[in-house]
Design a protein around this ligand. Structure first.
Ligand SMILES: Cc1ncc(COP(=O)(O)O)c(C=O)c1O
Length: 404
């Protein structure tokens, strides 16, 4: 289902061209989706939203009732989320944390740090002693775990299981656990293990991964005769841009986690999805500026482009879209540009052949001034895009529902 919801459609129809492109978010459908996700998960699973997917304050607020906290991955996200969602639990992850960022996190009372290197552990310990002596922040050591061959094969974006700058090498596990348990750093509390290893996985693959991470963590705890009460298995739930009706199976995932927790009733399991929570609530709506034929193919140039929604360029997919024909009178004396074939490639206004939103889309009869709504634009869309390239104006933003 990629067609805009009725309220989104109404907003697209009502906007003058001067307010396009527009990002339009349906907060009611976001709330309903988040509620369903929460309901599919066992109580013992904590749900943190990975703010990097879309940190708009309205999105954070709409998710508020259904999440246990937010995962932030920079000092910028940290201060932004702390302000937009005051009083909520934050987990601070991300490689290359600076002393200033760690200090800010400690001053804000952040309780969970996903520590990504040995240096970072020493730094956190030193700063915690100096900046927040009474806080005793919690540490989850983030590991880039080795996985059984092929277990990340279906991932579009693997961050673990092979050499990457993310997390700690598993060979560092024992010495770092020792540092946190032998009295060297009493100002830190070792809470457990974090492992976000890949994005774009289906429920069975993600469950298998979660099981591996949990059993690896428990073996680590066993070797040291300690209890690791928390395991964060990350996000990475798939969003299928080629088949948007095929959604991540939260029910199967929730059932699998329930079974896993039956074996480990004392464990707090945490997940931190981003994309699969917010992708579906957003649309990038624009209008066709021109239609042209080039070497046998037809192109529609739309207002805006990948400087606003980089998602299709970074992930190499066609952004799913719906054409909304416009019956407004054509205001010029010359003919209205139109498509003559049945497939059109939607390109943006940038001077680069990479500025393509969707290729060979069925769009018979498409005409200039028709509108197009690109779906699944609620995650890793506006906030990952290079807005200033070519200095076109920014889109307008609309948050529908939830009291608006
Ligand atoms: C550490 C960490 N956690 C969670 C996420 C969210 O992943 P996704 O949006 O695929 O669910 C990411 C994404 O890169 C990440 O790096």
């Amino acid at each position: 289902m990629t067609a805009p919801t009725p309220s989104v459609r109404e907003r697209i129809d009502s906007l003058p061209s001067s307010e396009l492109p527009a990002y339009i978010y349906d907060l009611e459908s976001l709330s309903a989706h988040a509620q369903a996700v929460r309901a599919a998960l066992p109580e013992q699973v904590e749900l943190y939203y990975a703010a990097k997917a879309n940190p708009e304050p309205e999105i954070l607020a709409a998710l508020g009732p259904y999440v246990d906290g937010y995962e932030v991955s920079s000092g910028g996200e940290l201060t932004h989320v702390a302000k937009a969602a005051p009083g909520r639990a934050l987990a601070f992850g991300g490689p290359g944390k600076t002393p200033a960022e760690i200090t800010t996190a400690l001053e804000l009372g952040v309780r969970r740090f996903h520590v990504e290197s040995e240096h970072e552990l020493h730094l956190l310990a030193a700063l915690a002693r100096r900046v927040a002596p009474g806080l005793r922040p919690g540490v989850l050591l983030r590991f880039n775990l080795s996985l059984p061959d092929g277990s990340l094969e279906t991932s579009a974006l693997a961050m673990g299981g092979h050499p990457t700058p993310f997390g700690l090498d598993p060979s560092q596990a024992d010495p770092l656990v020792r540092l946190l348990t032998d009295g060297t750093y009493p100002q830190l509390e070792l809470l457990g293990v974090h492992a976000h290893l890949a994005s774009g996985l289906g429920a069975p693959a993600l469950l298998a991964l979660s099981e591996s991470v949990v059993s690896w963590s428990l073996a680590l705890a066993g070797r040291h005769g300690i209890r690791l009460p928390e395991v964060n298995v990350g996000g990475g739930m798939n969003v299928d841009y080629a088949d948007p009706s095929s959604r991540f199976d939260w029910t199967t995932y929730g059932q699998g986690l329930t079974e896993l927790l039956v074996q480990h009733p004392d464990l707090t399991l945490r997940i931190e999805p981003g994309r699969a929570l917010t992708a579906y609530c957003g649309w990038y709506a624009t209008e066709v500026l021109d239609v042209k034929r080039s070497h046998g193919e037809e192109f529609a140039v739309v207002r805006g482009g990948t400087h606003h929604i980089r998602t299709p360029a970074t992930k190499g997919h066609n952004q799913p879209c719906t054409v909304l024909a416009s019956d407004a009178p054509w205001p010029h004396p010359w003919p209205r540009p139109r498509a003559h074939g049945d497939r059109v490639t939607f390109a943006g206004q940038l001077c680069t052949p990479k500025d393509v939103l969707s290729r060979a889309v069925p769009a018979t009869g498409l005409r200039a001034a028709d509108r197009v709504a690109f779906a699944l634009a609620g995650a890793y869309a506006w906030n990952i895009s290079h807005h200033d390239f070519l200095m076109h104006p920014n889109p307008t933003f609309h948050f529908l529902g939830a009291g608006r």
